[in-house]
Design a protein around this ligand. Structure first.
Ligand code: GRF
Length: 251
């Protein structure tokens, strides 16, 4: 039996993965305790699931923050420890070739000005996430359907020990195939005969960090996109708790 690890969770939607982790914790099948659930969107079902289980919740409304940034970002609006040069050097999320409208709806056309806007506005939201998260002493931060990329500004403030990853994500495809926001859709439209999901650590790229675990399933003739999503989610609910337990065992 491993020591119980303290886990923070971030979500953006229905929270079925969160529910699977909550259930695994309460059954005692993983050595983990969820300390909080944060969201980038108010009013989502996943927040209700957390509250029903007595988990502290908070919301950092990304849409509102990014909208307010469109009027211009002053230096005084930025976190005091934000260093654009350093973040630009480290980040692997966006390049001058990044097409407009990628990165989860960011209005990036790849120009330096747009890249700077993207990184600054995200760091402003991330600072608010950190204000909540760093009030807890967590071993692991679990992204359970959190649909925002995280910049090095945020990642470096969670991963404070060099070489030790502390942020996990679940992705709806067999990485490194089909990174991005619609893994099951991309797998299905490509005509793959096998789909799957991946749990990985988060690094400075989008869906590029070290892989912890994967589950695959067959896509049969006649399967619809809905079938693919259902098969995938069922695997996710097993895989994520198993990967959290692997992290606890490694401690
Ligand atoms: C999952 O398919 C996950 O792989 C992806 O977003 C979805 C979240 O679903 N990142 P839920 O909110 O856990 O139900």
């Amino acid at each position: 039996m491993a020591k119980t690890i303290h886990v923070g969770t971030l979500i953006s939607g229905g929270g079925t993965n969160l529910q699977a982790i909550i259930d695994a914790c309460s059954r005692g099948s993983i050595d983990a305790k969820i300390c909080f659930t944060g969201s980038d969107t108010p009013g989502i079902k996943g927040l209700e699931r957390a509250q029903r289980s007595g988990i502290d919740t908070f919301v950092v409304d990304y849409t509102k923050i990014i909208r307010s940034c469109k009027h211009g970002i002053e230096d005084a609006d930025l976190p005091p420890d934000f260093d654009l040069g350093e973040i630009l050097e480290k980040q692997q999320l966006v390049t001058p070739d990044t097409p407009a409208g990628t990165l989860g709806g960011a209005s990036s056309d790849g120009s330096m000005e747009r890249i700077a806007f993207f990184l600054k506005s995200r760091a402003m939201a991330e600072k608010k996430l950190l204000d909540h998260i760093l009030a807890h002493d967590i071993d692991l931060l679990v992204l359970a359907g959190f649909m925002r990329v995280l910049t090095p500004y945020f990642i470096d403030r969670i991963n404070t020990v060099s070489g030790r990853y502390k942020i996990m994500n679940i992705h709806p495809a067999l990485l490194p195939s089909f990174p991005g926001t619609d893994g099951y859709g991309d797998t299905f439209r490509y005509g793959c005969k096998v789909g799957g999901c991946t749990v990985h650590f988060v690094d400075y790229g989008e869906d590029t960090g070290p892989i912890i675990g994967q589950r695959a399933f067959e896509i049969e003739a006649g399967d619809t996109l809905e079938d693919v999503k259902r098969k995938g989610l069922e695997r996710e609910w097993e895989l994520y708790p198993a990967c959290i337990q692997a992290f606890a065992d490694a401690r």
